[in-house]
Design a binder for this molecule. Sequence first.
Ligand code: HEC
Length: 312
Amino acid sequence: MKIARSSASRRRGFAAMASTIAVASLAIAAAQQAPARPADAPGQKPAAPAAPATPAAPAVPTLPPPSRAIVPVAASSVAAKPDQWVGEYVAMTGIVEASVGKMAFTVDQDKTKAAPEVLVLAGRMSDPVTPNTYVTVIGLLMKYDPADVAAKSKAHAQDLGADAAKYKGKPVVLATSIVNDKMLDLARFIPPPMTPEEEGLQKAMRGVPAASGELRKGADSSNVELATKNVAALAAAFAETEAFMKKRGKLDAVKWAADARANVLAVEKAAKSGTWDAAKTAAAAVGSACATCHTPYRERLEDGSFRFKAGS
Ligand code: HEC
């Protein structure tokens, strides 16, 4: 491996790597905290999450979050004495040696080809690694065995072909982050692009929680101004939702959206005529429409963002 640098620039390189570890550790810590979920319907009690008596084993094996602090290590130390970190999450710094598969590469520390290397398997990769560049890999350290990898994480299991035998029993990191020399995490989740209709639906939905919360509050407190101020915006949002669902052929959701819109207009009518019981009933119906539609047709992606789900 050839990285010709003056010792000063080497020092800068290592300083940069050290800060990469710190930042990468922060990044993984942040990634593991579920992002704040937008409150769906203010003023409504959140539905109690269904808690199974015994947590079922995941159907598809996926890496659990680390139970302890992530240990910073150098690739050379891992290559030389992996045993002390096997089973732990490490933040391993080194230099990319070579790609050995679409989502597999090796990392070492030394400029000589003879230096032992550490295998890295990624669960996903947005871009390939560049040989001879610095990298910080965060992930679970194991001794390589294809069956053990598959049992730990389906995403990380991959066929290394003829190379598999060479790495058997050698250290491997099942990577959850691969931070390159440009500070880019090559293993990060990138949500698939949205269609213009999906963008329109998302924009409409983002305004619904606050507006429907006020509608509800207005109805509950017999406040005409509050009960009616968001009627136009809510009616438009549900009209947009209805059109979206029609395009996707989701006829039950078309009806839920149309009913929600009708109930919004019913709140307005009742509020203006002072029939507050009717206003409250209609506002409550708007509030319960959210979960009715979200359960089958909304999904939460890995990064916490929401999308339309085609459902069943
Ligand atoms: C007829 C279906 C339907 C109804 C009714 C509905 N929603 Fe949605 N909502 C969706 C779908 C589909 C998504 C996922 C699309 C997205 O988020 O881009 C969504 C997403 C959302 C989001 C996330 C927006 C984001 O940031 O991506 C919020 C917040 C939301 N809805 C609030 C509400 C509230 C509050 C109500 C009830 C007052 C409601 N919705 C009623 C279909 C519906």
